[in-house]
Design a binder for this molecule. Structure first.
Ligand code: F6R
Length: 243
């Protein structure tokens, strides 16, 4: 629990930087799973600072983003593809060939096979070393909405109305928010060797349900209680309802 999101983000950035350097020392790739949304923006800002001011290189980093709206062209300013370049990838020395973001612009008949391919790419990279997550007010992780199976893999999903409402801030109005998304599954996330979930501000009720409530598919983040190396990094506001 940190006093504010900046301190929590710095802590997360330090852990990620340590892992990248450790892998570099062993001449191994460092495979990161990444999230979008408002929560990780301060984390990416600190990683960019570490690159610019402290020489942290991303040359051995391979990334897999959690999710993308469907359908949405990559070039749309609301796409998670655009988000990642705006906040991180354009500012560090990552090899563009090492970046994987679910493609929200494929024809529908191609999506299923693409999702299987995405899972294979993760496996071929050696699995995710560290997965960064945010959390939705309904407990979603990635776009795995309440009711998602613990066995779910990367797939096309329907967004909850509450998710579309929360994300309408990035669009002209709610009718513009895509109804579908491609997301890594719960099982994909659980396979990551280490998980960092970040939550700030008004997430206190769902943080408490996830950490202290029953493990249930109705609160997807609660399933992380069964992961053996998961840390929730929260600020005092988001921690307010923990007992
Ligand atoms: C985004 C993602 C989502 C968000 C969640 C919280 O890639 O996977 O689960 O982390 O919706 O969003 P923010 O951070 O905007 O509150």
């Amino acid at each position: 629990i940190f006093d504010n999101p900046v301190l929590g983000s710095h802590y997360a950035a330090q852990e990620i930087a340590r892992l990248i350097l450790e892998k570099q020392a062993q001449q191994l790739p460092c495979v990161l799973g990444l999230a979008t949304g408002s929560t990780p923006i301060s984390l990416y800002k600190e990683l960019v600072r570490l690159h610019r001011e402290e020489g942290l290189s991303f040359h051995n980093v391979i990334t897999f983003n959690l999710d993308e709206y469907y359908p949405l062209p990559k070039a749309a300013i609301q796409s998670y593809y655009s988000f990642m370049y705006r906040h991180l990838f354009s500012h560090v020395d990552i090899d563009p060939l090492n970046i994987h973001i679910p493609d929200g612009s494929l024809p529908k008949e191609a999506v299923k096979q693409y999702c299987q391919q995405y899972e294979q790419w993760i496996e071929q990279a050696g699995g995710i070393d560290l997965q960064v997550l945010g959390i939705g007010n309904n407990g979603h992780i990635g776009f795995n909405e309440p009711g998602s199976s613990i066995f779910s893999k990367t797939r096309l999903v329907t967004l909850d109305n509450s998710t579309r409402m929360a994300n309408a801030r990035d669009f002209q109005n709610i009718s513009q928010v895509p109804r579908l998304a491609v997301t890594m599954g719960i099982s994909t996330i659980l396979k990551a060797k280490r998980v960092l979930l970040l939550a700030w501000g008004n997430k206190a009720p769902v943080v408490a349900r996830s950490v202290e409530g029953h493990v249930t598919e109705q609160v997807p983040a609660s399933i992380l209680q069964q992961h053996n190396d998961c840390t929730f990094i929260v600020d005092t506001l988001a921690a307010a309802e923990l007992t």
